[in-house]
Design a protein around this ligand. Structure first.
Ligand code: ARG
Ligand code: ZN
Length: 871
């Protein structure tokens, strides 16, 4: 079944009040839903009420207190007829669930003995028959009953209102959430957990009790998350004027979770990977992710919960906007420039391949078979870029005014992208219809720019094109805000007296036509062009730029992103040239200037260490492959990249070594951005230094002396990747395993490092590790660490020429698919760029996809990904 945006129709019935009772039991949980149903004005009383279900076992139905037999019930649907003529009536539905058997991790399930729920997007229908769509807003009252010993803790949304004892050592708690919400925001947690408590007083003076619930004994590990939560709450008040609106805010960490976290009203549920951290168990990246995800889910309270989505086509309304908000938060908490570079790297690594392959879809899709497959980098990350462009076009103040109007006008509503754009049109008086194409048209636009300079006039010939994507062959022209600067030979910004042939304002060129000639008059000298500063638009750029201009920008651009981009472009060009040499059987050659530049950036104390670390990190094999674009041979990419690492390492050995020593931190551990930046730089240098003959010594010593997880992983990863199979690498892996065997999240890192060792061996390693006692096919974190990082993070290993890894992977996916279709579908996206491989691998990948499509009983989720990939 295909769902289409244009088929949206408001529901005939509403559910203003929802009263739920849960009698919890691992294999026989009773759910009683008492629903106040309201017929929408003007709807014929003979209209049936059709409720959604999924795998439900119906026990009883009552209408206004009397058993109702005029219904048709299947596990997927409940159709009620002969309804009362009155506008409102009470419907009672009893269902029975088996939380222990729920391995799909949707609806009500148990994770490590803790009952928990995941309802977004369509999980509530696995709990009770309901109008399970986001435009049905209801006030929830929830009663939970459970044995006290098994579940002393009983949580749901909203505020706690009652609790007490029952017979048979059972007890109950009742929760009331005064804010009407869609069913996807419902949550329940019951179990025996420890708690870290704190409180926050809002700007309006409301004292909010904060709780983070984790396994007993792990309370201490929630301290960083709690700190991030309080900073998020303050930031949203200061930057967006948004205040929290309940007496309690709870977060629960569970160990089996399909995604990162979930913004259920007043009761966020998290993958424990994004809550638990201390220096011994979490890397700096983990700390940064925790901060970002805690903020993200908290920010959803306004962008998602108070204002929600009319239907799932509008998913980006809450996700793109909330990602933008969490990006801004992290930029304010850390280094804005460094954060932006990291965002762009992630966007290019995750979203560009989506946009450029068979799974391309608009930020707001128009059709889907399975909405779970649209929780994508396009909806989230490109969605955030679209909001960022809006802020760039309108300017900070107007953007904020638009957001204020959005909250004021739409609080308590289920909205569309049109509603969102309209508030910005209203506050700015601008027509945003061309801009709105960013939501509706898929594909990464390309800009070609030819600069020329003569007698004080700089001319830019700008052309835009949007490539065809599946089911969108003809594209319309976009509004692309291109931030730029003109840089003089002394490194300073050049001015111009006037611009003609296009709109330029506040350092931004507004590209809106297919082609234009933009002239800047009164430019004192031939400038070096810094284009798409801050990555103001998610486009690809083809600019005629001399290598010496890129070198100049890499040293002098005042925009940190521009500086990074220039050096990255130089590195990419060098790597692609080397790749061609490898394919042609020739020796690779590199310009000395590249190594010199890497050396001087690394040592430049005027630059933040975190920036320097990012700058001298070479594009990944996947990055290189993406920029090559077609006919890719991953083995040649690997050889080319190794050659450049060796070249840079060889030219800078002594200075890198001195810097590596100098960066050694001896003070107490801090997870803050500055300390993390120093560790990042030192660990990138380690990677280079490990190339030399005594490489195993330095990496072994790094590993042995590590006092935090970041350095431990860097030491072990360097040994395993640079000297695979060496006694030192084996010893480090064995030592890590012994010390962390009872810490699943640490073992995930151990799995990941081994699964991403390049080359043919990786497949055997992954096969073996699947039998490791710490591995579990039912746990998404384990599966992603081992199989996800192998397929998405090991180009040469996964795409080995004989296709053996594809076959192995396809088989494993079919096994996972029987338990957890969301997980199998997500992993299958590793095939999304199969058409850009060289022909032999292409054919092997195609066969693996075909074998999945033919599998009897394949889930809608996996079938959808595999079929679209093949189309
Ligand atoms: N709304 C959550 C977030 O982005 C993601 C939940 C998605 N869950 C899913 N099963 N697709 O914060
Ligand atoms: Zn979100």
């Amino acid at each position: 079944q295909v769902f289409r945006l244009e088929d949206y129709r408001p529901s005939d019935y509403l559910i203003p009040r929802t009263h739920l009772t849960f009698r919890l039991d691992p294999i026989r949980t009773i759910v009683i839903a008492d629903l106040t149903i309201e017929r929408r004005a003007g709807v014929d009383p003979s209209a049936p009420l059709i409720l959604d279900g999924d795998d439900l076992n119906l026990k009883r139905i009552e209408l206004d207190g009397i058993e109702h037999t005029a219904h048709e019930a299947t596990p997927e649907r409940l159709v009620l007829k002969d309804l009362p003529e009155t506008a409102q009536f009470q419907l009672t539905i009893e269902t029975e669930l088996e939380p222990d058997r729920n391995k799909a991790l949707m609806g009500l399930y148990r994770s490590n003995g803790v009952y928990c729920t995941q309802c977004e997007p369509e999980g509530f229908r696995r709990i009770s028959y309901f109008l399970d769509r986001p435009d049905i807003l209801s006030v929830y009252h929830v009663r939970i009953e459970a044995p006290r010993a098994e579940a002393p803790l009983l949580l749901s949304n909203g505020n706690p209102v009652d609790s007490g004892e029952l017979d048979n050592s059972r007890h109950f708690a009742e929760w009331h959430d005064p804010h009407p919400k869609p069913s996807y925001l419902f949550a329940l947690v019951a179990g025996d957990l420890g708690c870290l408590r704190d409180s926050f007083t809002t700007m309006g003076g409301r004292k909010v009790d904060l709780g983070i619930y984790v396994e007993h004994g792990k309370e201490r590990l929630a301290a960083y998350a709690m700190d991030a939560l309080k900073r998020s709450m303050r930031w949203d008040e200061e930057v967006f004027g948004r205040e929290y609106d309940l007496d309690v805010f709870n977060i629960v960490a569970v160990s089996d979770f399909n995604m990162g976290a979930m913004e259920n009203k007043g009761l966020n549920i998290f993958n424990d990977k994004y809550v638990l951290a201390d220096e011994a168990t979490a890397t700096d990246t983990d700390f940064a992710n925790i901060e970002a995800i805690i903020a993200h889910e908290y920010f959803h309270n306004w962008t998602g919960n108070r204002i929600t989505c009319r239907d799932w086509f509008q998913l980006c309304l809450k996700e793109g906007l909330t990602v933008f908000r969490d990006h801004e938060f992290s930029a304010d908490q850390r280094s804005r420039g460094v954060k932006r570079i990291a965002e762009v790297r992630a966007l290019k690594a995750l979203q560009f391949p989506e946009d450029q392959g068979p799974l391309a879809h608009p930020v707001r899709p128009r059709r889907y078979r399975e909405i779970n497959n649209f929780y994508t980098a396009t909806v989230y990350e490109k969605g955030s870029e679209v909001v960022r462009m809006l802020a760039t076009i309108l300017g900070r103040e107007t953007f904020r005014a638009g957001m204020d109007l959005y909250f004021e006008r739409h609080d308590g509503e289920a909205c569309t992208i049109e509603d969102f754009l309209k508030v910005f049109e209203d506050v700015s008086g601008r027509d945003l219809s061309q801009f709105g194409l960013w939501y509706n048209q898929s594909g990464t636009p390309n800009l070609t720019i030819k600069p020329s300079y003569e007698a004080g006039t700089l001319t830019l010939e700008i052309e835009q094109s949007v490539p065809p994507t599946p089911s969108e062959s003809r594209k319309r022209l976009m509004h692309i805000p291109l931030a730029f600067g003109l840089i003089g030979s002394d490194g300073r910004e050049l001015q111009w007296s006037s611009a003609e042939g296009g709109t330029v304002d506040g350092g931004v060129i507004h590209v809106r036509k297919r082609s234009q000639k933009l002239r800047f008059h009164g430019v004192a000298e031939r400038p070096v062009l810094s284009l798409n500063r801050g990555f103001s638009a998610p486009v690809t750029l083809a600019v005629e730029q001399r290598p010496e201009d890129l070198i100049f920008l890499a040293r002098h651009d005042s925009d940190p992103f521009g500086r990074w981009q220039a050096f990255n472009t130089l590195l990419t060009e060098a790597l692609i040239a080397a790749y061609r040499c490898v394919l042609g059987g020739k020796a690779t050659v590199f310009e000395d200037s590249i190594a010199r530049l890497a050396g001087s950036i690394a040592a430049d104390d005027d630059l933040e260490p975190a920036y320097r670390a990012l700058a001298i990190t070479l594009p990944s094999e996947a990055d290189i492959a993406r920029d090559i674009g077609k006919d890719i041979d991953p083995d040649a990419v690997l050889v080319a990249r190794k050659a450049l690492v060796g070249f840079i390492a060889g030219a800078n050995r002594d200075s890198f070594h001195a810097l590596y020593q100098h960066l050694h931190d001896t003070g107490p551990f801090s997870p803050d951005a500055a300390a993390a930046g120093r560790r990042a730089l030192r660990n990138v240098l380690l990677g280079y230094l490990a190339r030399s003959n005594d490489g195993t010594d330095i990496a072994t010593s790094h590993f042995t002396h590590a006092t935090n997880m970041t350095d431990l992983i860097a030491g072990m990863g360097t040994l395993a990747h640079e000297h695979p199979g060496s006694p030192q690498a084996r010893a480090a892996l064995a030592d890590f395993e012994r010390r962390h065997a009872d810490m699943p999240l640490a073992m995930d890192k151990w799995f990941q490092i081994q699964a991403t060792v390049p080359g043919e061996h990786a497949l055997e390693t992954v096969r073996t590790l699947m039998r490791h006692p710490s591995f579990s096919i039912d746990n998404p974190n384990r599966v992603r660490s081992l199989m996800g990082s192998f397929s998405a993070g090991n180009q040469s290993g996964f795409h080995r020429a004989d296709g053996a890894a594809y076959l192995f992977f396809a088989e494993a996916l079919m096994d996972i698919d029987k338990r957890n279709p969301q997980l199998s579908a997500r992993l299958a996206t590793a095939f999304r760029s199969w058409r850009s491989l060289e022909p032999i691998r292409q054919e092997k990948a195609r066969q693996a996809l075909v074998s999945m499509v033919k599998m009897p009983g394949i889930s809608v989720d996996l079938g959808d990904i595999a079929e679209r990939s093949l189309a």
